[in-house]
Design a binder for this molecule. Sequence first.
Ligand SMILES: NC(=O)c1ccc[n+]([C@@H]2O[C@H](COP(=O)([O-])OP(=O)(O)OC[C@H]3O[C@@H](n4cnc5c(N)ncnc54)[C@H](O)[C@@H]3O)[C@@H](O)[C@H]2O)c1
Length: 312
Amino acid sequence: MAQTYLVTGAAGFIGSHSVEWLLERGCRVVGVDNLRTGHLENLAVARLSPHFEWALADAGDETTMRALFEQHRFAGVLHLAALVSVPESFRDPALNYRLNLATADGLARLCLEFECKRLVFASSAAVYGTTAALPNRESVTPQPQSPYAAAKLAAEVMLLGYAASYGLEAVCLRYFNVYGPRQDPGSPYSGVLSIFTDRFRRGLPVTVYGDGEQTRDFVSVRDVARANGEALLATEIVSGRYNVCTGRAVSLNRVLAIYRELFPGAPPAEYAAARIGDIRHSLGDPALLRDMLRFDARTPFTQGLRELALEN
Ligand SMILES: NC(=O)c1ccc[n+]([C@@H]2O[C@H](COP(=O)([O-])OP(=O)(O)OC[C@H]3O[C@@H](n4cnc5c(N)ncnc54)[C@H](O)[C@@H]3O)[C@@H](O)[C@H]2O)c1
């Protein structure tokens, strides 16, 4: 009988793609989400599968989560549920603590109680902060610059402490800039590509903060879903922190050039003053995850962007 995996934040952008990846591999999946920032429509494909069970719940609700662990005896947990907005973490640090740290702790303790060996945790490149040398390597001392990044780092430390203390297999994946279908363009702080895509498709000008020469390591959500799934299913894995990135820097001006080919009639971009706190360059070193899982982010950027821009 196929093994069952728990995915928290299942109705979110990365969660819904990860659920689909696991179902395609023949796994059973229980998807939990409280729909705080996720959307049930994201699970439209997954919900057609008899191997998928949907649970509207808060991943930090110990009673509900204990009942799910008891019923399903999960083989592994993919913990993606989070407060995902950095500005919101500044406004409400108590909520950030609860959603981004305490919930991970609660799930890790349930894993120990119910002998669920592996927990894959959605961390973030934000833990590196602004001063780390490029490309960011997992071995440097992180310097979080926001409550969000601090909680992600604290959760990593706590999970790896449980790995050392109790033998939990804790895999902390530090995603760089994830892009792809289903990323919500609703907030001004959403991924820049989801906002650009939305505006190009509607024929509206985009605003670039700064000169457009800032760069990001954009990684396709398809690759991230595969990294999540492989981290969950791999027979051998060493607990630790791993970048999920391409190792390639792409400037916003390059992004705009690709969009202009896809939308030739689009109005020119508007340039505004750089936003305080925005980092100039972000780039990860993908070597560690490549060594561990033979994982490479293989979606070429132009192809991923084209798919995003032209999807229905
Ligand atoms: N998108 C990126 O570029 C990026 C980069 C680094 C890290 N991450 C991390 O990846 C994870 C997924 O992010 P995403 O981009 O898919 O965002 P998302 O908002 O689409 O997904 C998060 C999901 O978690 C759900 N959720 C939040 N709190 C919950 C709770 N207490 N109980 C149950 N569900 C809850 C939300 O409703 C949402 O569906 C997050 O942990 C985020 O911090 C994302």
